[in-house]
Design a binder for this molecule. Structure first.
Ligand SMILES: C[C@](O)(C(=O)O)[C@H](CC(=O)O)C(=O)O
Ligand SMILES: [Mg+2]
Length: 300
């Protein structure tokens, strides 16, 4: 009932130990707290909280319009609803070094297991769009140093994302990945790599965990978990996929409603009321209710 039982510190420790076991961890993106529950129920290892989804949810493009307070607040709502570790997209850290430090502490307090900070200039944009710009190496490394120095739980995962591949090419991405690790990054997210060979090249350069972003309609091929495991990836995200699926079905449902005046033909595509109630543990609330309202005062 209510929120997850696992404490954030335990989620972080669990993530660290699963990462060091060498298995590949699958993190679909939750588009709300309820979908984080579904991800857990289906057997995935973690929940990703996407900046693109958070902004789209507000009807906004992913160009750095959301604030730290908004992202930390929503991330907390999502993270507390699942026993799984959640990793949040912290964009460029919401400013420069001192802001990055505060972002890390806010995300720790929000119950996240880790975050990623990217090396794009402000305002940032989706990593799979053209016309991105990245900051110089000094600024990129400073963001990561600030993040690492600010965390209070040593298990809080500081992941450095680099967007440099699409701007300056693969060699630059390999070099930057190495430098980010030297600056203290626990893991690296090389954004917008195109082929498995590119993932392999980054793998050969660093020995920290690597994240592969399987976002659709972008620059990367959509590789399977097995293919990514075979080239040494450690975490895979499908950041926007559940939102895309849900919005796709919602749009088709609205068309049907407009044309036919009823959704009776679409019941198969809907989550059943019983499934929803099971996912939110409706039964647990009934038990709680009946025990609280059965309570009788002891005699005076
Ligand atoms: C991973 C990402 O940063 C996100 O916000 O989810 C995006 C995803 C997307 O826009 O498809 C990204 O920049 O890759
Ligand atoms: Mg993002």
């Amino acid at each position: 009932m209510l929120y997850a039982q696992t404490r954030p510190a335990d989620k972080r420790a669990a993530l660290r130990s699963r990462l060091s076991s060498g298995e590949i961890l699958r993190f679909p993106g939750a588009f709300n707290p309820l979908s984080a529950r579904l991800i857990e129920r289906k057997g995935f290892e973690g929940v990703y909280i996407s900046g693109a989804v958070l902004s789209a949810d507000l009807g906004l493009p992913d160009i750095g319009l959301t604030t730290l307070t908004e992202v930390a607040g929503r991330a907390k709502q999502i993270a507390r609803m699942t026993e799984l570790p959640a990793i949040v997209d912290a964009d460029t850290g919401f400013g420069e070094a001192m802001n990055v430090a505060r972002t890390v502490q806010e995300m720790e307090d929000a119950g996240l297991a880790g975050l990623h900070i990217e090396d794009q200039v402000n305002p940032k944009r989706c990593g799979h769009l053209d016309g991105k710009q990245v900051v110089d190496e000094y600024t990129a490394l400073q963001r990561i140093r600030a993040a690492v120095d600010a965390r209070r739980d040593p298990n809080f995962l500081i992941m450095a994302r680099t967007d440099i591949r699409a701007v300056e090419g693969l060699d630059a991405a390999v070099t930057r990945a190495k430098r980010l690790v030297d600056a203290g990054a626990d893991a690296v997210f090389p954004e917008a790599l195109t082929t498995l060979a590119e993932f392999e090249a980054v793998r050969a350069a660093v020995d920290v965990p690597l994240l592969a972003n399987m976002t659709e309609f972008g620059k990367s091929g959509l590789f399977t978990v097995q293919q990514l495991a075979d080239v040494g990836m450690n975490i895979v995200i499908w950041p926007v996929s559940l939102l895309r699926l849900a919005m796709g079905v919602a749009g088709r449902g609205l068309d049907e409603l407009m044309d036919a005046g009823s959704l009776a033909a679409r019941l198969d595509e809907m989550q059943h009321r019983a499934e929803l109630y099971e996912l939110i543990d409706y039964e647990g609330y009934n038990h709680f209710d009946s025990s609280v309202f059965n309570f009788t005062l002891p005699p005076a």
